[in-house]
Write a protein that binds this ligand. Structure first.
Ligand SMILES: Nc1ncnc2c1ncn2[C@@H]1O[C@H](COP(=O)(O)OP(=O)(O)OP(=O)(O)O)[C@@H](O)[C@H]1O
Ligand SMILES: [Mg+2]
Length: 256
């Protein structure tokens, strides 16, 4: 393998479910079709999870993140706080195949708990410490005093770095369409510098990184799909191509 290939190899190569460790197969999360289908999933430098609300994207993302050593509440591997215990037992039952090289940094973005992370940074910086304030590595400005999108952009710019493992759950929640394009640009830089991304998303723009692996989660399990095959893209494209007709059909009184 050449040095270039080595540099590009993802940190996490695959994830599989070790059924021997499942204590309650009839309970959440093991009843989810996507979790039942978690046989052996290859992970790429960019891997997306898509699927309907409730299909299990966050559950699987969280299990991968916790198995990697991230706090279930999100943040870098250095954070160790819990506002409530909410992680599923799935992380104890999955096995990750890792590359020999380890990530130098990383971040687990949980859509629901970015607020808690901002609070935790303020709490840490309020304590006496010899090291520089934690917020300095996030751009210096309190994440609570910036908008949702501004604070996420500050995070990507200042805290995300080369050779990082980034697990992002619906990053679009914070971002306007043009800032979603900024996310793709930042991803491109970080991928060039040896990083890996695992992202759950509903947003066609966020989903568009070229050459990525896209896994669709649904009642049939987990299927690898092409960008243009995804409902996200087809539905959005149909809607924008002929909005009037689409809405007429959608909002028409039920016939019969
Ligand atoms: N702690 C829990 N206990 C029981 N069921 C749960 C728990 N957390 C999630 N679920 C259920 O598991 C299913 C999958 O949830 P999950 O959050 O993984 O979905 P998702 O694909 O991320 O959805 P969304 O697109 O809305 O974020 C949902 O039906 C949800 O109600
Ligand atoms: Mg989710």
């Amino acid at each position: 393998m050449s040095a270039h290939e080595l540099h590009e190899a993802p940190f996490l190569r695959s994830v599989l479910l070790d059924r021997d460790w499942i204590e309650h197969p009839d309970a959440y999360p093991f009843v989810l079709p996507a979790v039942q289908a978690l046989e052996h999933l290859e992970l790429a430098p960019v891997t997306y999870f898509i699927g309907e609300n409730g299909s299990g994207k966050s559950t699987i993302l969280e299990a991968i993140a916790v198995a990697c050593g991230f706090n279930a509440e999100g943040g870098t591997m250095n954070f160790n706080f819990a506002t409530r215990r909410s992680e599923s037992p799935l992380h104890q039952c999955i096995r990750l195949t890792r590359a020999p090289r380890r990530p130098r940094t990383g971040f687990f973005l949980r859509a629901e708990s970015f607020f808690n992370l901002a609070t935790e940074i303020e709490r840490l910086d309020a304590e006496p410490a010899l090291s520089p304030p934690v917020i300095d590595s996030y751009g210096g400005e309190s994440l609570h005093e910036q908008s949702h999108g501004e604070s996420f952009l500050a995070l990507m710019k200042h805290r995300f770095g080369p050779n990082g493992l980034y697990i992002l759950d619906e990053p679009e929640a914070a971002l306007s369409p043009s800032r979603q394009l900024s996310l793709l640009i930042r991803m491109h830089e970080l991928l060039d510098e040896g990083s890996q991304f695992i992202i759950a998303t509903h947003a066609p723009i966020v989903l568009a990184y070229p050459g990525a692996t896209i896994y669709q989660l649904d009642e049939r399990g987990i299927t690898s799909v092409d960008y243009d095959q995804t409902e996200h893209v087809q539905l959005t494209r149909d809607f924008l191509n002929d909005r009037d007709r689409y809405l007429q059909r959608l909002l028409a009184p039920e016939s019969g």
